[in-house]
Design a protein. Structure first.
Length: 369
């Protein structure tokens, strides 16, 4: 799976505004459809209070956070799966990302054009989800034809493989026909693996991003509740953001100014920080740390990675010559204050090649090459 997050939605819902605030890399944003044609790509430092604490504790010369890649993809319209509004091109961009952040307009503003001339989050979500599903349906139907032919003419081994493919596709197809995502299909691990090469858009994990006005941030709205209800039915996460507010916040020069600005509307952190972390976790990514006087650094791994795999993120030699990992957890440092006291408490451990690294582990690797 690609390690990036694609920002999608209808035209003029605030995707490029949110992207620009996220990345501090101005994407073209304008009050008309298809302003964004080529996808904009930006790398975002992952906000992490744990790294802040490590930096305060160790006072290192360098502080290096983890990061997330976001891709701003042009707005899709009804008929995109049939090529409307450069739809085929934009759908191809979505196929290349790992997870999807579906931005939904949840604010009223007569000065900003809506492609349907009405604010209706449920209808907007249905439009996008239907287009993504129909694009996948075309792929699935072609693959069913191919697998059916293989089952007729190939040998027994190929027939068995085709049977698994057909079993998966026959579970997925009815969902797509109803505008639902392939991710909702009840597939076995073998079935998932068998259809991986279809690269179905709706198999990708997806979250919803409610783009609201400042009143929506402070007081909520019926539009937000509509999105949350739909997301709950799909077992998806919801992040609420005021794109305009975040854009203003991103332009402020100092952290002190930003914190004051956030405090004015009763927030402790930016909505974009929540979005970046949600995207990171949705991609199946986790963080371990190395910490000392020279450097405090957040390293990115996949959930379930072993200690040698994590060591390899730092340098391939660390993985090849892995001997052991000396490990304690961030929570232990908070609880005990120093590495010496963590050792006294018996929380400083030595782990071998089978150890599954946990999110928040602080590790010192020993290796020999």
């Amino acid at each position: 799976m690609a390690i990036n997050c694609g920002i999608v939605g209808l035209p003029n819902v605030g995707k490029s505004t949110i992207f620009s605030a996220l990345t501090a890399a101005p994407a073209e944003a304008a009050n008309y459809p298809f302003c964004t044609i080529n996808p904009n790509v930006g790398i975002v430092d992952l906000p992490d209070s744990r790294l802040d604490f490590l930096t305060q504790t160790f006072e290192p010369k360098k502080r290096i956070p983890a990061s997330v890649e976001f891709v701003d993809i042009a707005g899709l319209v009804k008929g995109a799966s049939k090529g409307e509004g450069l739809g085929n091109q934009f759908l191809a961009h979505i196929r290349e990302v790992g997870v999807i952040a579906h931005v939904v307009r949840c604010f009223e503003n007569q000065d900003i054009i809506h492609v349907s001339n009405k604010i209706d989050p449920a209808d907007d979500i249905e439009t996008i989800n239907m287009e993504l599903a129909f694009a996948d349906l075309d792929t699935v139907e072609k693959r069913i034809e191919k697998a059916t032919r293989s089952a007729r003419v190939m040998g027994k081994d190929e027939q068995k493989k085709s049977a698994v493919v057909l079993s998966a596709l026959n579970k997925i197809k009815p969902l797509l026909e109803n505008g639902q995502g392939a991710r909702l299909a009840d597939l076995t691990d073998d079935e998932k693996a068998a259809v991986y090469d279809c690269h179905l858009i709706t198999m990708k994990p997806m979250m919803y991003v409610c783009n609201v006005d400042e009143d929506g941030i402070q007081n909520g709205s019926c539009h937000i509740e509509t999105v949350k209800k739909i997301a709950a039915e799909q077992d998806s996460e919801v992040v609420v953001i005021c794109g305009k507010f975040e854009a203003d916040l991103a332009e402020m020069e100092s952290q002190e100014e930003r914190l004051e600005f956030l405090a004015e509307i009763g927030l402790k952190e930016s909505g974009l920080a929540t979005l970046a972390r949600a995207a990171y976790h949705l991609m199946g990514l986790r963080t371990f740390f190395t910490a000392g006087s020279d450097e405090c650094r957040a390293w990115t791994i996949h959930a379930g990675d072993t200690a040698p795999k994590a060591a390899g993120v730092i340098h391939t030699d660390f993985e090849k010559g892995f001997i052991k990992a000396e490990v304690y957890h961030y929570d232990d440092l908070v609880a005990y204050g120093t590495e010496a006291k963590i050792r006294e408490a018996g929380k400083y451990r030595q782990e071998g090649k089978e150890y599954i690294v946990k999110d928040g582990d602080i590790i010192f690797f020993k290796f020999n090459v």
